[in-house]
Design a protein around this ligand. Structure first.
Ligand SMILES: [Zn+2]
Length: 275
């Protein structure tokens, strides 16, 4: 994909990030993401269009509300910048392939879920199910367009498998793993299964390891105890996005060393020529 087109998709990511911020602020409280228009949480003044430009307005306003000067949380520009960066990177990774729309939708949903989990330890169903539905719809369209129905099958199997494994863990230790994480595992299976089952395994391992490292670092710094709760969903989402963008070399390497068949293509040629 030409860099120009990836850049345009990055700009689209800025706008999507802006919408994700609205969803993160409203969905956990059960409010509509459509109405009313965005207003300052400090003084309730509706936010004018010129003050609602992703990233730019935040910088121009000096990180504060124009009317009451209450600080705008750093999460707003952070989610916008992150969405734009990830959209750009995924456009370069997948190019004009049938996988790109699903990857973008999946990533956007994960970003919103990660932000909700970081702020409120919540993985709202009203974010998980729409992300799941939209990702599945994009994958269905991709399968229909390219005839890759087997990949859709792997996706569905990974969704069921991820959900089942996390459900079992939740039954054993409900305090460690909330039911939101169980639903999230089903969503991760759907999105990552399209790339292959090892992407799901890699995402869960990377996310768990990152969570463990952060937990240990916080404990070493005296800012957490063994009882401190960490937003596991945030780490799982990060693991999934890392697997999408950077997991291919690890998965390829693992498949090459674990495959019972030699990489030599002559074996495949013999099979192919069999009547
Ligand atoms: Zn204000």
């Amino acid at each position: 994909m030409p860099t120009t087109l990836a850049f345009v998709i990055g700009l689209l990511g800025l706008a999507v990030g802006s919408f994700l911020n609205v969803a993160v602020s409203r969905v956990p409280a059960g409010r509509s993401v459509v109405r009313p228009r965005s207003a300052c949480p400090g003084c309730a003044t509706p936010i004018a269009a010129r003050d609602n430009i992703p990233l730019v307005s935040w910088l121009l306003l000096g990180r504060r509300c124009r009317t009451c000067r209450v600080p705008i949380p750093a999460r707003y520009p952070l989610v916008e910048a992150l969405t734009a960066t990830l959209f750009f990177a995924e456009a370069l990774r997948f190019g004009r392939s049938e996988t790109l729309p699903a990857a973008l939708v999946f990533t956007a949903g994960l970003l919103a879920l990660a932000a909700c989990d970081a702020e409120q330890f919540l993985l709202p169903r009203r974010l998980i199910y729409p992300t799941l539905g939209l990702t599945a719809a994009c994958l269905l369209a991709a399968a229909a367009a390219t005839g890759q129905w087997h990949r859709l099958g792997v996706s569905a199997a990974c969704a069921v498998g991820g959900f089942a494994v996390f459900f079992a863990l939740h039954q054993v230790r409900p305090a460690w793993l909330g039911f939101g994480d169980v639903r999230l595992a089903g969503l991760l299976g759907t999105g990552l299964g399209w790339l292959g089952p090892w992407y799901l395994v890699l995402a869960v391992l990377a996310g768990s390891f990152a969570g463990l490292l952060v937990g240990l670092a916080l404990m070493a710094a005296g800012r957490a105890t063994r009882r401190t709760r960490l937003p596991f969903g945030l780490f799982l989402a990060a693991g999934a996005i890392a697997a999408i963008l950077a997991g291919a070399p690890a998965v390829d390497w693992y498949e090459s060393v674990s495959s019972p068949y030699p990489a030599d293509t002559s074996t495949l040629t013999i099979v192919r020529h069999r009547p």
